[in-house]
Ligand binder design. Sequence first.
Ligand code: AMP
Ligand code: MG
Length: 471
Amino acid sequence: MGSVNRQGWQQSIGARLPWLGSEVDALPLQQPRWLGWSDSLAQQLDLHADDELLALFAGQRSLPWSGFAQVYSGHQFGGYTPRLGDGRGMLLGMRNGFELFAKGSGPTPYSRGGDGRAVLRSAVREFLASEALHHLGIRTTRALAVLGSTTPVQRETRETAAITVRVTRSHLRFGHFEYFHYSGQPQQLHALLDDSIAEHFPHLLDGDNPRAQWLTEVVQRSAETVADWQAFGFCHGVLNSDNMSVLGETFDYGPFAFLNQFDSRYVCNHSDHHGRYAFEQQPGVVMWNLTKLATALSSLLTEAQISAALASYEPVLVARYVERMGARLGIVQPQPEDLALISELLSAMQQQQADYHLTLRQLAEVDPNRKACPLLAGEEMQQWWQRYQQRLGPIDDVAQWQQQRRQANPAIILRTHLAQEAIAAAEQGDNGPLQRLHDALTRPYDPQPQDHPYCQEAPPWSQSLTLSCSS
Ligand code: AMP
Ligand code: MG
């Protein structure tokens, strides 16, 4: 296997902390091809979609060092699994402070009998979702590229292997800290925490207690991210602690979905039989995962430090949620007291089976000074409209108010059926729909004609689409 030009590349975290995982080599994909490419991220990384890079991502060529698969553990659906790890991917190296990870690159010591592959549909979904959330303004890992191939993969049916190139400043998960805590390796635990602080939280080094402050910051970033999910109707689907990033980024896309009709109990993952990761459970489950992270740090922090860090979760969650929903509804300086107004609207949507995104976007187009709201049916909703108007106060410049709200209410959302249509075409060798959808998702707030196919409610056929952990 030949080496690619190493200019601009650095070795990954494995060169600093070799006990964090294992050196691995990729199992090359057959006949790799580009399916998707993020130009804006490529510019940040100073990379071009040439044949050499395709060969690197596909495992046909390498950098002058091996790939690195990390070890971690985690709480999966509430139960502790003592050893997980990158079972189907590896860090290739770093560029401009970002780690590049090839997801689907073949088996590793952590594959636990799996084939180390990702299928096209899941690789494309991760690519689209990472870019969609990023452009909505939600913290997330990003995706530089997605590759297809002719390598066969067996799932329920025969599919083809693909690779997503995931990009983030740090791939550390809550589960990394759990692994070193529960396997009785305190020195590694300390070193990992100190490495994370030095590399990614250097501003904490000047403070009194960087380790305690680190936990507080992870708590607060996680609270902000889950608040954003709730505000934008995003359901992660598998909020296991090994899928939680210490940077507070949305991480490890699997059976995720954006809501269509508003339903607080919505469960997107068909393998989640008890609704543990239902939409309305997400804030509680993220908090639960944070308590697991805190437990993993219990040899390093006092109980008082842990309690103080965890106590900051709820106020940050509420403040961020009302901030984002306030922007969506055009409320100036939203307060926690506005939660009541917001939840009344959500209950009405739930009752009327209204589409979450369309309702909010259309509401932004209604003149707030109108006596009655044409969008929402029923006496109760008209009363809500009046309470809302009282909260808004008089709006003099309606055009400007509406313009601001368009910037807070996306016209285009990555609905499951849109991803599915792009996947079906890509599976047939046509990348056009995927590229067009990706392009639109990079400008989600731009005005669109009402009949734009990306701006419609989910069609009835899409209700039978099922998403599971099989990927
Ligand atoms: P995920 O559901 O993608 O978060 O994966 C959970 C764990 O299973 C991680 O340790 C993955 O690396 C591993 N895993 C998932 N799919 C595969 C696969 N096809 N082959 C090997 N390991 C896998
Ligand atoms: Mg995972």
